[in-house]
Design a protein around this ligand. Structure first.
Ligand SMILES: Cc1cc2nc3c(=O)[nH]c(=O)nc-3n(C[C@H](O)[C@H](O)[C@H](O)COP(=O)(O)O)c2cc1C
Length: 210
């Protein structure tokens, strides 16, 4: 089993990096391999609604110049994803939002993220974390992913690099969150041949245009 961790911060080795390292350590202790990829410091443009990903055979994005298509391929092969990021004005940072729209609009085509396990971890100095967290969870829900359960809010505190290390409660909840994710991954693996997924159906799409 393999989990991709994505860091949505533009800062190398900041608080998000520490939170993701704690999660990766816990997963590896549970026998799950991990790969962490920094995306918040890249130049990533947003989705332009060209629908290339909908009509092309590989369902990849029309923009090949940045790393989004490589990441989509990795996500399709992984069993789960974790997205870590700092809160900016009560939401996710702009670069991460650009990446998320493309990773999920193109990447999910033909149910390719269905039944994968998702988790997220959010950094704040002070406030706005739950709103930012819920933005990410929406991507998971709309792609039929399984969201790992939490003991409490997935929000960790810190401003300057490394301050998260003082958030003792945050560290405990991160550890528990990662171990809950590992448990779901193992359940999913153990039942893949014995418990059938609900059958896929063609979507009925209405645009509310009369
Ligand atoms: C542009 C910008 C906007 C921010 N907005 C918020 C915010 O709305 N709420 C908050 O608590 N912290 C906010 N912060 C603080 C960061 O979320 C916080 O410093 C976080 O720990 C940074 O994580 P990193 O070290 O991984 O980059 C903001 C920081 C920046 C640079």
């Amino acid at each position: 089993m393999h989990v991709i961790l994505m860091n949505g911060s533009p800062r190398q080795n900041g608080n998000t990096a520490v939170a993701l390292k704690w999660m990766a350590d816990e997963l590896r202790q549970a026998g799950i391999s991990t790969e962490t990829i920094q995306i918040g410091d890249q130049i990533i443009r947003g989705c332009i609604a060209c629908e290339h990903c909908v009509t092309s055979e590989d369902n990849l994005c029309a923009f090949h110049h940045d790393g989004i298509n490589n990441l989509i391929i990795k996500l399709r092969q992984a069993d789960g994803f974790i997205i870590g990021f700092p809160t900016y004005f009560g939401g996710m940072p702009g670069t991460l939002k650009s990446a998320m729209d493309r990773l999920f609009y193109a990447g999910k085509r033909n149910g390719r993220y269905r039944n994968k396990v998702g988790a997220a971890t959010v950094l704040v100095r002070r406030d706005g974390g739950p709103e930012a967290f819920n933005q990410i969870i929406t991507y998971y829900h709309l792609t039929e992913m399984i969201v790992a359960p939490l003991q409490t809010w997935a929000v960790r505190h810190g401003m300057k690099k490394g301050e998260i290390c003082e958030d003792v409660e945050g560290r405990q909840t991160i550890r528990r969150h990662a171990s809950a994710m590992a448990w779901i991954l193992k359940m999913r693996e153990a039942t893949k041949d014995s418990v059938a997924l609900p059958p896929a159906e063609d979507r009925i799409v209405m645009n509310f245009i009369r």
